[in-house]
Every structure is written in structure tokens, then in C-alpha cells.
Unconditional design. Structure first.
Length: 168
């Protein structure tokens, strides 16, 4: 399965950042920033045929397409995904500092999450689970460290150094 990131997704993310509170007043970008081509390549490197690849692709898709933090991603539940005003969204997401927000979910992200959920048979509770060496989903969730490992391992495959989940 090949996901295409629409150009408007990257553009709107950068525009949202430009008006965000607390940005560097000199206009210098902090951390690593991916181009649209690099983000597309990251998704392609995460894609595969096994269950772990489906999970990794879904996790990276949510990080890139929705801009969630590690803690938000690891705590994401099936119940958090709802249709609002005709579009899929992550509703009432409690983020850093206890701030509650609703995050729109692009269709290509929802497709990746649905592929993982259907393959792993996740119907309730936390969306992302551990994958055993036998290729089955187990447990009730994943830690933030698993998210770091997944992002770094996929970044290594595309020969990109020092990429962290926060950079996505």
C-alpha cells in the first residue's frame, strides 16, 4: 500500500507553525524539518507486508499527518477517533500542559490506521499495541520508547540521522 501525502498537508502544517505561539522570533527553524519528499520517503520505508510494518506505517502517518506528540500517540484510543463536521478527527486529545484539542485526521492517515486496526483486530482501547516476534498484536498499548525506536529505525533505512518523533 502506498500512501501519498498531499502537498496541501505539508503547506498547511508549515503555515500553522508560522502563526504559532512561542516560535523563535528570528524565524529560524528549530530541530529537524522534513521536506515533503523526505516525509513521503519515510512513509515508503515504513510500509511493508507484515503486521509490524502496518503498525509502524500507521504510527508514522499519525505523527506526520496529525502532528501528535509521543505521549499523545501512545495514549490514542479507538474512541478518540470520531467524525466531526463530516471529517475524521482525533477529539478531546489531552496534550502537553493538559490542553484539550481536536485534531483533524487526513484521509490518508485514516487509511493507514484502519489498515493496522483491521490487521491487528483492534476494536477498543489503545490503538497501537506491541507486535510479537511471531507477528501477532498483544498487550494493551505501547510505550513512548517504542515510538522513538520505530521512528529512528525507519529513518536509518532512509539514511537520515538524528530524526526524532518530535521532528515529525
Amino acid at each position: 500500500m502506498s500512501l501519498q501525502i498531499p502537498a496541501c498537508s505539508v503547506r498547511s502544517s508549515l503555515q500553522a507553525f508560522a502563526g504559532s505561539k512561542g516560535r523563535n522570533s528570528l524565524g529560524a527553524r528549530m530541530g529537524n524539518w522534513l521536506t515533503q519528499d523526505q516525509a513521503q520517503l519515510l512513509l515508503e520505508k515504513a510500509d511493508g507486508d507484515d503486521l509490524r510494518s502496518a503498525r509502524d506505517l500507521a504510527m508514522i502517518s499519525v505523527l506526520v499527518g496529525c502532528g501528535l506528540r509521543r505521549a499523545e500517540l501512545s495514549a490514542l484510543t479507538v474512541e478518540d477517533l470520531q467524525i466531526r463536521q463530516g471529517h475524521w478527527a482525533i477529539v478531546d486529545l489531552v496534550g502537553k500542559g493538559g490542553h484539550v484539542r481536536t485534531v483533524p485526521m487526513p484521509a490518508w492517515v485514516k487509511e493507514a490506521v484502519d489498515r493496522w486496526r483491521n490487521s491487528a483486530k483492534v476494536t477498543a482501547g489503545r490503538i497501537f499495541r506491541a507486535v510479537s516476534r511471531h507477528g501477532t498484536a498483544w498487550g494493551k498499548g505501547i510505550s513512548e520508547n517504542v515510538i522513538c525506536y520505530v521512528v529512528r529505525s525507519v529513518a536509518e533505512r532512509m539514511q537520515l540521522d538524528n530524526l526524532a518523533p518530535h521532528d515529525l
